[in-house]
Design a protein around this ligand. Sequence first.
Ligand code: SF4
Length: 363
Amino acid sequence: MGANTPIEWCDATWSTVGGCSIESPGCIHCYAQQLAGTRLRKHPLYAGTTDDGKGRPVFNGTMTVAAPEHPTWSWPVRWRGLKEPLLGPGQPSLIFVADMADLFHPDRPAEAIDRVLASIVYSHHIGQLLTKRPAVMRAYFEELRRSARWLMWPHPIFGRSNFDPMVATFDAIVSRLWLGTSVERQAEADRRREDLRALSEMGFTTFVSYEPALGPVDWKGWEFVDQVISGGESGARARPSHPAWHRATREFCHTVGSAYFFKQWGAWAPACDGLGWRLEWSDESTTVITPWGSAMTWQGFHNARMGGDLADGYERSVTMRRVGKETAGRLLDGREHNDLPGERGRPPRTAHVATQRVTEPVA
Ligand code: SF4
């Protein structure tokens, strides 16, 4: 049971909810939306969750959840985990929960989130929850702690509830979950920071996914975060990311002692600094990206520069080539960056290289 997942920072993915809606510019080329409206459009979790938007599927805000009796609900408890998970042999596996949706969409019923989390906290694994709506995530966990209703969550196999030692304290919930938010530019970073900080102050391990990186981010104020993952966009309409954004993120993490994980370049790889005079400029697979994020063909760049408005960024611009995700790879300055959060209060740890990651489908 299962299939490979290409996501480098988890050991497995697991989905029991579907549906979402566009939240910010990072959503425009959402892979979940594309899959939900094409290959998976008849799947019970994704049927009816997208509309046709000028020839492309677009999430329409319909929320779905797996049938209550579906065996997938107990999968995290039944799954023994990878022999060689990212955290190393004998350690918990990392499950990216609801990778095909935003679990904390404001229209998602709290009962659905409760059920998802019960399956994780009764397992021996760690759930990675990633959202573009950290305010909703924060409100959910604050209310959960206040109400203490997790004490009544039934076990996904045995169904019993009431003070099971596995979930006897809120700390038990905290220890099984890593909570993250996506940011793509400074605006989203500023808007989402304080809600994630509040969750960090509640004791959760927190992380940021800066992917797709669409503009520079000044990470000042993010010193609390345990891990930052950065990466460029992949896919046919991918937008390039400037190498300096990833380097600055790495430097920030090393300075404050957070884990840094470079996920991928995505579709575009750096070809050379500056305008790259020796490249074929007529080729649409070449672009120039400025430090503040505008990407354009050489002709557009040249014209704008003649007008004077790009003079400042000229020296720091980089020529990017569309070579595809596989070719572009995931080396930054000649090496992989695979750091994961350490135990609370401990330094980051480097990921053990796992060879088989799995996806648990609802089918
Ligand atoms: S929030 Fe996530 S799942 Fe939802 S549309 Fe945006 S990228 Fe896709």
